[in-house]
Ligand binder design. Structure first.
Ligand SMILES: Nc1ncnc2c1ncn2[C@@H]1O[C@H](COP(=O)(O)OP(=O)(O)OP(=O)(O)O)[C@@H](O)[C@H]1O
Length: 566
């Protein structure tokens, strides 16, 4: 056996044969072979030919290699470039990448001054950061690589000028060079070995979000946007200051029950996996508008450092769109499905219909939202880590029982009209200026400097009880009460007898609430009538359709019988 092995032996053999004249004679034939031999036998001609011809011969090959390399990278790799001019997003990405690198990358570093918000649970917009700024270090090398969620990611930071300067021909192109130099900015190219740009995009959004949260301690609120023609997507409607759990007032024991359940759920991830159970928990918050359903979810998200994704089901929604939305839920978000009982798409449909139809469509052939569609979409949410699904409704009777079964809804909670405890707690929240947990309304609370007499009397126990007794328990919503305080804080602030002043305002407040209730009832009545009308119309149409179908069938049978007879 030769030292090169079988393949090596074959290659050597080929090379050897290439040096034999008989081989070339066989390929080119007599005349051509002799001509070539004369030319290549002359060293001058040979050198000249090599000098001029080689680049020409290799050029297509070089181009081919370059094009195929670019195509290969373009096909298998995705790159997203972020310009330094993007500001906050660029810095957030830089910080995240720095957090992923090892010690050896930090020998040569760039330092930036950043505001410190560490150890601060709630960032106060009005007073600004409370701690001294700190130095954040970024590696000054331009190429980095790291693994994120099992994917290798390459980062390259280079300088680029805006493309508008590239073709400036003035002053023989020198101006263009100067402009390029002056306007060059850092551009970060982030590459990943994947064909789905969406995946890389998702990662980057996640990093920016993480950094943003770290810096400002705010949560992001996403809302679903749905259109039959343009599809559905999640839209970031803004960031919200963290809402403290203490700023939401529920009935005695409700908050504790909920918090305990959530904490247990969060601790039991492995336990769920071990038992093969889908790691998700469903909560139904029931109550009239303004009883704190959304606020409660936001405060839970704040406590768990999560975002809130609010899904509103409307007439544009169909099975496919809801499934897509729940599959592409924003990162680290609690899902809140609002007004689940108002889902006209399936609420009025008889249960059998809705369970069978998949995919469902209305009489005009348009796809519709069916119960099966909702259930499938909800069951798919398990793919998200630690899914917590909150649904809010006003009336539980309107919800399909299939949606309420344990596993889909594990805890049901009634957030009703404010009871005495809630009224008392809200009174303290708005009137007690030492309440450091109060967030939004705190800004509107009377200032200590001008309210001379307020502080001494407003939190007096007997006065508080007088206030609580003046408002019937279980009659007003916390939102109405909050509005009452906000509207009258200024007047209370300047009043010589604030507690009497606020109690005197209560009858007018209750009258307004009563008027609002009557209006809501009227509106609901109209809605119900309309729904009944729709139902009747649908029933009539169905009946007519059935009759027509029956008639057609009968006619067909008659025709068949006639044909047979003939
Ligand atoms: N239980 C509560 N504790 C504290 N504040 C509350 C409570 N309920 C309502 N509020 C206040 O009322 C306003 C509306 O509350 P929220 O949107 O949470 O009510 P909701 O029940 O979700 O209403 P809807 O059903 O209309 O969405 C918020 O500004 C919130 O601060």
């Amino acid at each position: 056996m030769l030292p090169f092995g079988l393949w090596g032996d074959m290659v050597l053999d080929c090379l050897w044969r290439l040096t034999e004249e008989s081989f070339w004679l066989h390929i080119f034939g007599d005349r051509l072979f002799n001509l070539l031999k004369r030319y290549f036998g002359n060293d001058v001609v040979l050198c000249g030919m090599l000098f001029y011809i080689t680049p020409l011969l290799t050029a297509p090959f070089n181009t081919l290699v370059a094009t195929s390399t670019t195509k290969f990278y373009g096909y298998w790799y995705s790159t997203i470039k972020v310009n330094q001019k993007e500001g906050a997003a660029y810095t957030a990405l830089q910080s995240f990448i720095a957090s992923q690198l090892g010690e050896k990358d930090f020998r040569n570093v760039e330092a930036k001054m950043v505001e410190s918000t560490e150890n601060k649970e709630f960032y106060d917009d009005r007073t600004g950061p409370q701690q001294a700024p700190k130095l954040e270090l970024f590696p000054s090398e331009k190429n980095h690589e790291f693994y994120y969620k099992g994917h290798k990611i390459w980062v390259n930071i280079g300088k680029e000028a805006p493309s508008s300067f590239e073709n400036t021909e003035m002053y023989g192109g020198q101006l263009s060079e100067v402009l390029n130099m002056v306007n060059q900015v850092n551009v970060m190219s982030i590459t990943m070995r994947t064909r789905q740009t969406a995946l890389l995009h998702g990662f980057m959004e996640e990093w920016i979000e993480l950094q943003h949260r770290k810096k400002y301690g705010k949560m992001t609120i996403y809302k679903s946007s749905t259109s039959r023609y343009f599809g559905s997507s999640w839209i970031q409607v803004g960031t919200k200051a963290m809402r403290s759990f203490d700023s939401v007032f529920l009935k005695n024991g409700q908050k504790e029950t909920l918090l305990k359940d959530i904490q247990l759920f969060r601790q039991r991830e492995r336990w769920y996996a071990k038992l093969g159970l889908p790691y998700r928990r469903g909560y139904l918050l029931r109550g009239p508008p303004g009883t704190g359903k959304t606020s409660l979810v936001q405060s839970i998200a704040s406590k768990l450092n999560m975002n809130v994704a609010i899904l509103s089901i409307n007439s544009q929604m169909d099975d496919e769109l809801i499934q897509y939305l729940l599959r592409t839920m924003p990162y680290n978000s609690i899902l809140l499905i609002e007004d689940i009982d108002h889902c006209a798409g399936f609420k009025n449909k008889p249960s059998k219909d809705s369970m069978d139809a998949s995919p469902s469509s209305d009489s005009s052939g348009q796809p519709q939202l069916s119960m099966t569609g909702i259930l499938n979409a909800l069951d798919g949410v398990t793919a998200q880590e630690g899914s917590m699904i909150f649904m809010s409704c006003n009336n539980m009777d309107d919800i399909e029982p299939a949606l309420l079964r344990p596993g889909r809804i594990d805890i049901k909670m009634e957030l009703g009209y404010a009871d005495d405890d809630q009224i008392r707690a809200m009174y303290y929240r708005f009137m007690d200026q030492d309440d450091t947990d109060a967030d939004e309304p705190k800004a509107k609370a009377p200032s200590t400097s001008s309210s001379v007499s307020t502080e001494s009397t407003l939190t007096d126990l007997a006065d508080v009880e007088r206030f609580v007794r003046a408002i019937p328990s279980g009659y007003v919503t916390p939102a109405e009460l909050q509005n009452f305080f906000i509207c009258h804080l200024d007047a209370i602030e300047v009043s010589p007898n604030p507690i009497q002043h606020i109690i005197d305002l209560i009858p007018a407040f209750l009258d307004t609430v009563k008027a609002d209730r009557l209006h809501a009832e009227k509106h609901q009545g109209v809605d119900k009538q309309q729904q009944q009308g729709d139902k009747k119309e649908e029933g009539d149409k169905k009946e007519e359709g059935d009759k027509k179908e029956e008639g057609d069938k009968k006619e067909g049978d008659e025709e068949k019988t006639e044909a047979k007879a003939v």
